[in-house]
Each structure stands twice: as structure tokens, then as C-alpha cells.
Ligand binder design. Sequence first.
Ligand SMILES: NC(=O)c1ccc[n+]([C@@H]2O[C@H](COP(=O)([O-])OP(=O)(O)OC[C@H]3O[C@@H](n4cnc5c(N)ncnc54)[C@H](O)[C@@H]3O)[C@@H](O)[C@H]2O)c1
Length: 271
Amino acid sequence: MRELSGRVAVVTGAASGIGRGIVLALARAGMHTVASDIDGSGAQAVSEEAAMIGPRSLALQTDVSDPTSVEALADKTWAEFGACHVLCNNAGVAVARPAAETTDEDWRWTLRVNLWGVVNGVNTFLQRLKVQDEPAHIVNTASMSGHLPTPLLSAYTASKYAVVGLSECLAIELADTPIGISVLCPGAVNTRIGDAGRSRPQALGPDVPIRESIREALAKGMDAERAGEIVCRGIEEDEFWIFSHPEMASFVESRQRGIEASFARWKERLS
Ligand SMILES: NC(=O)c1ccc[n+]([C@@H]2O[C@H](COP(=O)([O-])OP(=O)(O)OC[C@H]3O[C@@H](n4cnc5c(N)ncnc54)[C@H](O)[C@@H]3O)[C@@H](O)[C@H]2O)c1
């Protein structure tokens, strides 16, 4: 979608990290922005930043795991701006535990935010975007954990593989429409995802403190505003895969080589 200026973008998980970076980059590109997050005051602060550098911005408190809340996000966006052209399904959480210790509650929370949050965004907005019949673009935030196993993050990894799979299906289904689709797959970005437990519903029990090694890796990660600029470029260039960390390609190739070697062994066994 080449022309962003004057159009309208909705970003979930916008109060912090990559979501904030995306809002600011799109505002800088001249877009009206809707900063939405379960953290309503954080969304408000980011919306105020966006309004300083771009045109109008609105903050909305939204729980992406709740379809009614996402429906309200769409209703208010169209009521305020009369349109939506970019949707970034970005909100996400992580629980760091060995797979065998990951509880039902950890699984439920991770999948409800990371996977169902994207599903709710797609189900709510896509039909409206089709009716609107103008150029539009959806960006789903996955991760390099959607391509590679990440130890201690099994529920997170499973959720991100699912977001990659959903996005690849959408790319095929939307090929003949004016609606583009991207899947954002970052490596480490310096954000607050290590403290994701701050938004964990109390009913799901306590979160586990993030491991120091993960915290250190995140602190050394890419600046989140840079990640936002990369997303903006991916939308403008209608690029399906947004790989903000191309240096990680060799890990994906190595996994692929393992799969190909296994295919070759099975071919021999079964011939
Ligand atoms: N930081 C990284 O290294 C990294 C790498 C790859 C992918 N990602 C992905 O990037 C996305 C953004 O994460 P981040 O790193 O900026 O973390 P972050 O914690 O800084 O921001 C995540 C935001 O999502 C919000 N959120 C959580 N639950 C929500 C819900 N139910 N409804 C609405 N908003 C909710 C949080 O309040 C927070 O503002 C996530 O999908 C994450 O999985 C992050």
C-alpha cells in the first residue's frame, strides 16, 4: 500500500514496545492512528505522542482476546474516522517456563492473546475492509519463534507458528483483493515483553518471573521504534514476510535442512 498519508491505521498492543513503534512510524508517515491496548492509560500516552508528530490519533482500551472488545474497537474507529486502511494485530504476551511445567492457564492466556487476538482482529475487520473496497493492509505480529523452536517458550512458539500459518492462508485468499497482508517476524526487540505478566488476568494465577538470560537478550535487542519503521516499509512495499532480523536466516535454513534430510530418509525407507 504505497500511499499511507491521510489514511487510518489501527494498532493493537500499542501502549508499549513494537506496537508503540508502529504507531509512531505510521503517524510519521502521515496516517491517522488508533492506539489500542488493554493498558488504556499507556495507549493514551502513545496516542498523545502520535498526535504530536502526525495527524489525528485516538486511544482505545481493547482486550484483543475478547471479540466484543475488538468489535467495539472497529465500531469506534469507523465512527471516528469513517474508514480503516491498516490493521496491525500486534498485542502479545509470553510465559517463560519449560514445556512440561507450562500450565493450562499459561497455555490458555498465551493462545487467547497471541492467536485469538489475531483471529478476532481478522474476523472483525476483514469483512468491513472488503465492504469498504479501498486499498488496505493487515499486519500480523508473529516472531522468529514462528519459524524456530524457542526453548522455555513452548506456548509462545506454538502461538507464533499458528499466526504464521493463518497469515500464509490469508495471503493466498486475499491475493485478488485490494487488501495486502504481512506477517512480522522479529528476533529480539528491546521491549517490556519480559514483564508481560503485568497484563495477565488474576484468575489465571501468578506469572513466573522472566529468566535473566531472556531479559538480557531482550535488552540487547533492536530498538522498538526501528522495528516500527521496518513495519511501515513492509506495508508500503506490500511485502508478505517482514523480517526485521535478516541475520537470523541461517537458523531457518538449518531447520529446513533437517526437514529435507528427514524427507530423504523417509523416501529411502518407504521406497
Ligand atoms: N520483543 C521481542 O523481542 C519480540 C520478538 C518477536 C515478536 N514480538 C511480538 O511483538 C508483539 C509486541 O510485543 P512487545 O515485545 O512490544 O511487548 P510489550 O510488552 O512491550 O508490548 C505488548 C503490548 O501488548 C499489550 N497487551 C497484552 N495483552 C493484551 C490484550 N489482551 N489485549 C490488548 N493488548 C494487550 C500489553 O499491554 C503491551 O502494551 C507481541 O506480539 C510479541 O509476541 C516481540
